[in-house]
Design a protein around this ligand. Sequence first.
Ligand SMILES: [Zn+2]
Length: 111
Amino acid sequence: MARYNSISDWRAEGERRFGKDVKNWKFRCPMCGHIASVQDFIDAGAKDPANCAYVECLGRYTGKGTPRGQKDGRGCNWAAYGFFGIPNDDHDVVVNAQGVPIDVYSFAEVG
Ligand SMILES: [Zn+2]
């Protein structure tokens, strides 16, 4: 788990890994291990792809079911928003402008 103490710190890490074009940023679902880019969400028809990619599994848009309890990378319908957050440690935390820590999907590894 990585913790970013501001949204700008988080954005800086995203740019360091993937560059300034947010469409190229990739995140890993904490429940199934599926990795998707913002572009994948655009292609799948998400209404707000840049803001979906770090809190939703792409499987929500491709007809996947509930998490199966294993990280097989096949996609699931998990979303991190809401009061339950993410029920494991395989994710990052970003502290927002109000000082509230928000659970987000981890950045994917580069390469
Ligand atoms: Zn998933």
